[in-house]
Design a protein around this ligand. Sequence first.
Ligand code: PEP
Length: 254
Amino acid sequence: MSQRPYIVGNWKMNGSRAMLAEARAIDRAAQRYPDVEIALAPPYPFIGALRDAVSAIGVGGQDCHTAAKGAHTGDVSAAMLADIGADFVILGHSERRRDHGEGDALVRAKAEAALAAGLGVIVCVGETLEERDAGKAEAVVARQVEGSVPAGEGAAVAAGRLALAYEPVWAIGTGRVAAVEDVIAMHAAVREKLAAIYGEDADKIRILYGGSVNGENAAGLLGAEGVGGALVGGASLTADAFLPIVAAASQPEG
Ligand code: PEP
């Protein structure tokens, strides 16, 4: 991996003030892995407190609105995330696509708003089991990439503030992990699509794998060609589960 591997924990709708102790433990251990970029994305109510609790890891949101402010009850803007100390935001997660009907164009608009607000962005893509079984996985993911990544904000992309997460929907929270050769093939296809869109700037975009990553399977997945890190759900909720994934990503020199 030419860039620092990026290991991101997505707490989804899990968390509490008591769980900040897990974040603190992850943060303390992070200092042992300076060659790995580590981050956590808790639910909105805990972002500020988590930000204050950690110093070595990044903190992010799990969604944002396209607008900077206004009459959008219940929503949170990218500018607000930045203001509270978030470094990045996850966008287009399959659970948001499923639960909130988010489509590619909306994800793109959110990504552009988040980059404009100074945040890093992780755009999620991934096929369903039906799509994979029908042999359409690469076509579906290529279409999602094309439709969801920002069309503007080229300087932010060139600066490495955009990441992609390939997360096959059938592998999320199921314990079923994609075969390493399928991950390599999909990451290569995504890389090719990004190069067609961004040219040389695409080299700055890390492509993460997500879907039931844990301490046992992390080394195989993170060592696969083209995998620039992992987006981790269930195994990010405790330091004991998350840190072995970080350790698997670490390749200190010497
Ligand atoms: C995710 O939420 O992005 C995810 C990959 O979840 P899990 O690791 O639990 O499959």
